[in-house]
Design a binder for this molecule. Structure first.
Ligand code: PLP
Length: 458
């Protein structure tokens, strides 16, 4: 039994299925399968589109990583100050990213903290950022005894709402720290325009978004600095590690010095002229990272191919549409795949139920309203900082009381009803397989859509 489907048969089949015509599902199965039973949803006891789970092993390795690591071990130059792996790959990566320089260290958190500190952020300052991020983005602000000033998020994307940034600027604002989450660029053009107008530096947290682009320019290269994480769950990995991207000579000097105990990377100033600490990446990490890079380039190309195809194909189904982009020339990295879902086109079946049916077909999507809750502004660590002696000294009690009262973010707090629903899949690994793996997704969408009445009555 042939279970594959061509792109053309799906596109032709989709419209018919949604018009309620007994379509031929993309799996190659007819609506009545070979044993004469209706091609039931797997949720209701039918045969799933996909019997095999998607691969989940990560990172993907072969002999190359082992040999690279062994080479670094045998070199006996384990520290980057004597080896070449860190500094060589810094050059390769900076050039690929379109930055003058990449400064590697032990993690994205370090890169963000180094950026802020080298830009002069300190006690009593404010940094504008988003509540919808990993806590590392906020830790680096509060650890400098600076206040994270939260701007609410755009309900359609979960990214910082660039339209609200300007209103958050005060005389104490020293930096803006937007976060490109899961390979989806924020509205960086708008943020840069506001930042430039007020002469406030931007530090881009692009830790999750290596190779995402806006207008052909990589995210992480718009701001004064941009930070990319190589931590194990990202898409270019060395266990831990980061690249701090920068194109300003003096800032590069400070940042490179910062991660190397404050030494002058140019060697012009003797001793330890800059603030710093030891955050150096080891040669072992850089050896593995360099070996992973070749794979990353292949993976990135596959994700582009599969992600774009899936997005364009699904968006042809009535009721599914591309998620919002801030710029027509946006390059997502498809480590997370999302489409918007309009329940009206699916007889009011909510996205969560549609996703449940997909899961039963062996397709690991989740879904629901684009609604939010939680957020870093609610974390206990923030309260601890606000109550600390250092913060009270830096800001004064009344400013901190006013700050506490301002921690209300209607969208992030889930106080505004969600306007959109969505379907989403973590696609970093599934998109690396053969085309058949993607066609299974298409087939499952088509099957669930064709059986929407059964879901409605379930
Ligand atoms: C948005 C974001 N910022 C910062 C970091 C910190 O990066 P690292 O784990 O390399 O320190 C992460 C890591 O997951 C992240 O997702």
């Amino acid at each position: 039994m042939k279970r594959s489907v061509t792109r053309r048969t799906f596109i032709q089949g989709t419209g018919a299925a949604l018009m309620g015509i007994a379509a031929v599902p993309a799996t190659g199965l007819s609506a009545v399968d070979l044993v004469g039973q209706p091609n039931k949803l797997a949720l209701h006891g039918g045969t799933p589109v996909r019997g095999q789970p998607y691969p989940s092993t990560w990172p993907i390795i072969d002999k190359t990583e082992e040999e690279a690591l062994l080479g670094a071990v045998r070199s006996r130059n384990w520290c980057c100050l004597r080896g070449h792996c860190v500094y060589d790959f810094e050059k390769t990566f900076a050039s690929a990213m379109g930055a003058k320089r990449a400064v590697f260290s032990n993690g994205g958190t370090t890169a963000l903290g180094a950026s802020l500190q080298c830009l002069g952020v300190g006690a009593g300052d404010e940094v504008i950022t988003t509540p919808h991020t990993f806590i590392a983005t906020i830790n680096v602000i509060t650890n400098l005894h600076a206040l994270p000033v939260y701007v609410d998020i755009d309900p359609d994307t979960g990214s910082i709402n660039a339209n609200l940034v300007e209103a958050a600027i005060t005389e104490n604002t020293r930096a803006i720290l937007p976060v490109h989450l899961a390979g989806f660029p924020v509205d960086i053009r708008k943020i840069m325009a506001v930042a430039d107008k007020h002469k406030i530096p931007v530090v881009e947290d692009a830790c999750q978004s290596v190779f995402a682009e806006v207008d052909g320019k990589k995210v992480g290269t718009f701001g004064a600095t941009g930070c990319i994480s190589f931590q194990e769950w990202k898409s270019l990995v060395s266990g831990e590690g980061e690249a701090l991207l920068c194109s300003d000579e003096e800032l590069i000097r400070r940042c490179a010095g910062f991660v190397n105990n404050g030494r002058d990377p140019k060697g012009e100033k003797s001793g330890y002229p800059f603030p710093g600490s030891n955050h150096r990446m080891t040669e072992f990490q850089a050896a593995v990272l360099t070996a992973q890079y070749a794979k990353f380039l292949q993976h990135d190309a596959l994700r582009q191919k599969h992600g774009r195809y899936l997005e364009e194909t699904l968006a042809k189904m009535p009721g599914l549409s591309l998620r919002k982009r801030y710029n027509p020339k946006t390059r997502f990295t498809y480590v997370q795949f999302e489409v918007d879902y309009d329940p009206k086109a699916f007889k009011d079946v909510p996205a969560a139920i549609f996703a449940k049916a997909l899961q039963a077909e062996g397709i690991p999507f989740s879904g629901g309203p684009r609604a939010y809750s939680g957020g870093c502004h609610k974390e206990g660590m923030l309260q601890e900082h606000l109550d600390s002696r250092g913060f009270i000294k830096a800001f004064g009690k009344s400013r901190l009381d006013q700050y506490r009262a301002s921690l209300k973010l209607p969208v992030m707090d889930g106080l505004e009803p969600a306007k959109k629903q969505f379907l989403s899949m973590e696609s970093k690994i599934p998109f690396l397989g053969p085309e058949k793996d993607i066609e299974d997704i298409v087939a499952a969408f088509q099957k669930v859509a064709a059986n929407i009445d059964a879901l409605r009555s379930a």
